[in-house]
Write a new protein. Sequence first.
Length: 645
Amino acid sequence: MSVGIVLIWIYRAVDIPKTREEGRLGWIGLLCAELWFGLYWVLTQSHRWNRIYRYTFKDRLSQRFENNLPGVDVFVCTADPTIEPPVMVINTVLSVMAYDYPPEKLSVYLSDDAGSDLTFFALLEASKFSKHWIPYCKKFNVEPRSPVAYLISEPDPLDANHAKELTLIKKLYKDMENRIESAAKLGRISEEVRLQHKGFSQWNSFSSRRDHDTFLEILIDGRDPDAKDVEGRALPTLVYLAREKRPQHHHNFKAGAMNALIRLSSNISNGQIILNVDCDMSSIYWNWLLSQKRYSVWKKVQVRKIGLNGKEITTRKTEESANELEERLKGLASCTYEYNTQWGKEMGLKYGCPVEDVITGLSIQCKGWKSVYFNPERKAFLGVAPTSLDQTLVQHKRWSEGDLQILLSKYSPAWYGLGKINPGHLMGYCTYCLWAPNSLPFLYYSIVPSLYLLNGISLFPQISSPWFLPFAYVIIAEFTCSLVEFLWSGGTVLGWWNDQRIWLYKRTSSYLFAFVDTILWLIGSSDSAFVITTKVADQDAYQRYKQEMMEFGTDSPMFTILASLAMLNLICFIGVVKKVVTDLGIAVHETLALQILLCGLLVAINFPLYQALFLRKDKGKLPNSVTAKSVFLGLFACTCFTFFY
Ligand SMILES: O=c1ccn([C@@H]2O[C@H](COP(=O)(O)OP(=O)(O)O[C@H]3O[C@H](CO)[C@@H](O)[C@H](O)[C@H]3O)[C@@H](O)[C@H]2O)c(=O)[nH]1
Ligand SMILES: [Mn+2]
């Protein structure tokens, strides 16, 4: 492969058209793009080096540690009850509460960045339901432990007794779900419900989700001798927190929420290990501390260790009640607590970057912590991935933007990481950090060669030339390699082909916007935000998703770009096909073969876009405004190019 790449470079460098010769500019651009692709390819090779597979030996671990298990604090984050429905959130909470782990060593914290009484109500309901759910899980060794995932799987009862309990659990779950959903429909918590729990009175001072006091409620206090499940066994501690928010104070998104939780939990349960899950990551299988999404577990352990100075942990006195404790701790989650401290810088999770997990992870790896990749056959966690293109593109914009910011920041793998983490690791980081700039050569490659087709100018070697070979080799090798890897990890050919689509769409829209926004951020005229991904889709859209139809539906700038590029390639392709068929015949496809292939491939990849632009009638199609804009822009670009070149 590397030989092929170098040969392409040589061909490009040696054969540059002379000044005033046709296609000189286009050629030089391609040289730059191919240099970039080649170097980027070298970086990506780091993902394939030194592969290590890890296995756990649960029996040995439990023999060694059974009586000496560390305390575990699980942090669940949520931020918006409309796009992260409370029922989903409490399913995540219940799934971690039901871990097969000594309850007195397990505590679950829910951070609610929306400060929503609806989410609080749902958690209150969950705390009651857990008294049935946890013993049920343990008795019948239930898996998955998220109630909704378990009930949807329509489990077969083992015997008559199980059947009875299953019916009861189902009923209790449905009733709880109904109560939460009717409250959500009503849009507020009824007076009757408010009177059920003193915690609701905290909302009397609530003005908006960006302006409220700290709401803190220990719903289940592990120390309380009365906190027992229906079989009389202890329950894990369960805490609700909505940190204080004021419009004039930046809340630092999820990183801010996590840091408040780190401080609070240190004073409540102070578990040695912190596990962080998003509100949509139902835990389906708990493999004794070693199951993790990304590197959550070890990452947060480290945070606790380097995060707190002794002053911030005070031990709870035996006689201190949950109420007194709550009042004492509220200050730790106030807006001003972190002023003039190292929180968000050298303490806890880092602020100012939309991928707080990556920047924090990298910086502590540089301090000598080792990460472990563990990917068991049975997944430890499953999260909700976006089901519409729009949402996918937004999520990837946040990630690629955050990663590029890291590359340009003080914590850049390129200089901060140099010599601190091993070179393969560093290169791996760089592949992600370069996602956003990667968009430029891709855009170039998907625009310029196609436009040159219109004028019949060749930018690639002819089929009969020996230089054709390295191109053919690199193209075939790259595609085969990615297909084989895709199939090997359990995918299908169609899946791979669709993956290539999304791969291109992300590069030409998300990454481009991320790149532009990062430049704006650099010159100080934009602030990067954390746009939360929607975890619900409407019924129609979900049906289309199931039928494997791509979901557009809105008029977004990213769609306009994608549609215009698709139009441009379609026009160029039609133009050149006309040429091949009519006047020039054989000569054209001899000299322009690779270019036609590239353009044809782009047209094939863009097929769902043409359908969405012209053929579809459902709500998931591209709106007419996008159709108009893209047809205009496509035609405009092609006409300008043919006339002025
Ligand atoms: O102001 C905020 C914004 C988000 N969140 C929570 O952060 C989590 C992740 O948000 P989501 O919109 O689901 O983003 P994803 O892209 O799916 O999340 C991935 O990427 C994020 C960084 O961009 C990481 O924080 C996540 O752990 C990782 O799963 C969710 O539980 C949110 O509720 C907050 O608590 N406060
Ligand atoms: Mn998510």
